[in-house]
Design a binder for this molecule. Structure first.
Ligand code: AMP
Length: 376
């Protein structure tokens, strides 16, 4: 199981083949060991229907170029023709199956579908971290029918994201994004080990407002002030320091063209809203980061999609990249920021999975990992 859910342009050309490239070590290893390799993946959300624009055929072509050998392609991931192609496959050969999600049974974890997928196979490998939080047939069902082990990419993800908690100290987590409700579990789990948790993004507004400030029209979760206060209290009891922004880049509208000014929490009034962390906060967070031996980052510090409010996010990315420390980016938007900046290789690990990495940071065991024969 690989994750070849790659972006394509209108003509079906792959615009970013990183997900394909990142599976090469596992495929090459299996071929070297004499396996005949059958690859299965999803692409987009066809919802059980066959959609030409979501075919994996371009991925087979790209993989063939990267491996420098032919890659066969089966027009369906199950069925008699595919079974025959699998049967004819020789050690050292590669066959990519058509989009798993052309069958609705994939996402339903249908046991008969899983059985059809494994037909003719003797072992399974999960190298698709990005879907390992989903109990789908190719991720979980297959592992119940065959010995399924982690691929090299999956293992790297698990080692880094699991290991984050045991990383060298001092250990800081820096958490941003829009909503506190999405990250409560992440914060609660990380505070058990992190010396410092720095909060940014819209979520920080809720924490700051919970301390009694009127954040005006800033995005905030008014029903969760109590929860924010409890998290702060719990962190203190556990010896972890939650640090909040001391100033903000505010806008008078949620727009790229908004007028901007730097405001402290006490200064908010209509129509101003906090849309990024401010310059003093950037300095404070960057200084704090400098003392760290390990850092995990998840979630933007502001509305980074709009240029006037991207400074905080980019400054934090840059600061983490320049640390002499173990640095882990927990997928999602933070990973795409780092990618945009072209500084991916300056981090110890940039996760390929948004949802999956978040669930791991929450301390959950992913269903696609729980089913593996080689899990620790
Ligand atoms: P999440 O999906 O929770 O990681 O949130 C990411 C989104 O949060 C991004 O699209 C940002 O634009 C948005 N965001 C970050 N900071 C703020 C803020 N201060 N106000 C509103 N939205 C924000």
């Amino acid at each position: 199981r690989v994750d070849y859910n790659v972006p394509c342009d209108k003509d079906g050309h792959i615009t970013d083949d990183r997900r394909i490239r990142s599976t090469l070590p596992t495929i090459r290893y299996l071929l070297k060991e004499g396996a005949a390799v059958v690859l299965a993946s999803h692409m987009g959300r066809p919802k059980g229907e066959r959609k030409l624009e979501l075919s994996l055929r371009p991925a087979a072509e790209r993989l063939s170029e990267l491996l420098n050998q032919p890659v066969q392609f089966a027009d369906d991931c199950i069925g008699s023709e595919t079974a025959a192609m699998k049967k004819a496959l020789q050690p050292g050969q590669v066959l990519l199956l058509e989009n798993l999600r052309f069958h609705k049974e994939e996402e339903k974890n249908d046991p008969d579908f899983a059985k059809a997928l494994v037909e003719g196979c003797t072992a399974a490998v999960n190298d698709a971290f990005g879907v390992s939080h989903r109990a789908h047939a190719s991720v979980v069902g297959v592992g119940k029918l065959l010995p399924m082990v982690s691929g090299l990419l999956l293992k790297k993800e698990i080692d880094f994201l699991d290991g984050v908690i045991e990383n060298p100290k001092p250990f800081a987590a820096i958490i941003g994004g829009a909503k506190i409700s999405d990250k409560i579990q992440v914060i609660a789990n990380l505070m058990e080990k992190a010396d410092v948790i720095m909060i940014g993004g819209g979520m920080a507004n809720t924490f700051v407002a919970a301390e009694g400030y009127d954040m005006g029209r800033s995005l905030q979760d008014k029903d969760r002030f109590e929860l924010a206060r409890n998290l702060m209290k719990k962190a203190k009891e556990m010896g972890s320091d939650i640090i909040l922004p001391v100033d903000f880049m505010a806008g008078d509208a949620f727009s790229e063209k908004a007028n901007t000014k730097v405001l402290e929490a006490k200064d908010f009034s209509d129509p101003w809203m906090a849309l990024d962390i401010g310059p003093k906060t950037i300095r404070l967070y960057v200084e704090t980061l400098r003392r760290m031996k390990s850092v995990v980052w998840n979630g933007p510090m502001g509305v980074f999609e709009m240029k006037p409010f991207a400074t905080g996010t980019f400054a934090i990315a840059e600061a983490i990249a320049n640390l002499d420390a173990t640095t882990v980016i927990g997928g999602g938007e933070s990973a795409s920021v780092v990618d945009q900046m072209g500084i991916e290789d300056k981090f110890s690990h940039v996760s390929t999975g948004g949802g999956a990495s978040l669930e791991m940071l929450e301390g959950m065991v992913l269903p696609g990992v729980a089913v593996l024969a080689d899990k620790e």
